[in-house]
Write a protein of this length. Structure first.
Length: 293
């Protein structure tokens, strides 16, 4: 079977040079290997995702000379798939509701840090500090019955107890640039990650492993900032009996101060660069890619 690559942007802003690099790298890899290239729109956040951004994404990709198979998978059209996965994890006793608001969690973290350092995940966010996992069943049932907003979290300790040591096949590089062929997965470093919220019925971690499996993606080529997220993805793949793709994490395109690009950075936005007269060859040169033979 031919390898299957994908590019999966979120329509919550306009594409920049970093997106161009990842999209072109996936597209070139698919062409070079005789594989398939898929486009997926990750629009699970209704508060930030907008139709005009999706239209702009399609326009920018076409301008880059990128074509993709149809139909495009939009996550918002497949919530039933994520719900089924969530129910499977729940039936295994691995999901619990946490009712604290973001403000309450920030307050709890501040209380913990007043007594000493509180652990943080690889992205620098504090681990969940609440006690919802040990809440009395009747108290939990009352809150659920009253439709109190909650986040559904993965019981990481219980999930980790179910699986052996995990690793993944890596053809790229880690955050520090080192190449490790089979990195060890450490999902516990992320704590009890959120799998869904009331306003967002799935999370990035859950939806990305479901989408990759259902679309038959065999090669995940993405930025090095997602390197350690792979630990959570490998855990979910194992728990849900999903196939394991091969991963290739690539360098990030940064600004003049070595900072990761943002969708709000007009100087590196594709629409702005195109309006200034940049060509496809210019874009490839800016991100360090030559046109494939």
């Amino acid at each position: 079977m031919p390898p299957v690559f994908r590019f999966a942007p979120s329509p919550n802003g306009y594409l920049h040079l970093g997106h161009a690099y990842s999209a072109l790298l996936n597209f070139d890899s698919a062409r070079h290997s005789g594989g398939r290239f898929l486009l997926r729109i990750e629009d699970i956040d209704p508060a930030r995702c907008r139709p005009e951004f999706e239209a702009a994404i399609l326009e920018d990709l076409a301008w880059l000379g990128i074509s993709w198979e149809m139909p495009v998978r939009r996550q918002s059209e497949h919530l039933v798939d994520y719900r089924a996965a969530l129910e499977k994890l729940s039936a295994m006793g691995l999901v619990y509701p946490a009712f604290e608001s973001r403000a309450e969690i920030a307050r709890l973290v501040a209380q913990r840090e007043a007594q000493g350092p509180w652990p943080r995940d690889p992205d620098g966010a504090p681990l969940y500090p609440g006690a919802a996992k040990s809440m009395a069943p009747d108290a939990r049932a009352r809150l659920l019955d009253s439709a109190t907003p909650c986040a559904l979290r993965l019981d990481m300790a219980a999930a980790r107890a179910r699986v052996p040591d995990l690793d993944w096949i890596e053809h790229g590089e880690g955050p520090e640039g080192a190449v490790v062929a089979r990195p060890q997965a450490h999902p516990e470093a992320w704590g009890d990650v959120i799998l869904a919220r009331k306003e967002t019925p799935t999370s990035y971690h859950l939806s990305v492993v479901i989408d990759d499996a259902l679309q038959g993606v065999t090669e995940v080529v993405r930025g090095a900032d997602l390197f350690w997220s792979t630990s959570v993805h490998r855990l979910l793949q194992h728990l849900l009996d999903l196939p394991q793709p091969v991963y290739r994490h690539h360098r990030l395109v940064t600004d003049g101060e070595a900072r990761k690009l943002s969708k709000s950075t007009a100087a590196t936005g594709l629409r702005e660069l195109r309006a200034q007269g940049a060509s496809l060859a210019d874009i490839r040169g800016l991100v360090g890619l030559v046109r494939p033979a």
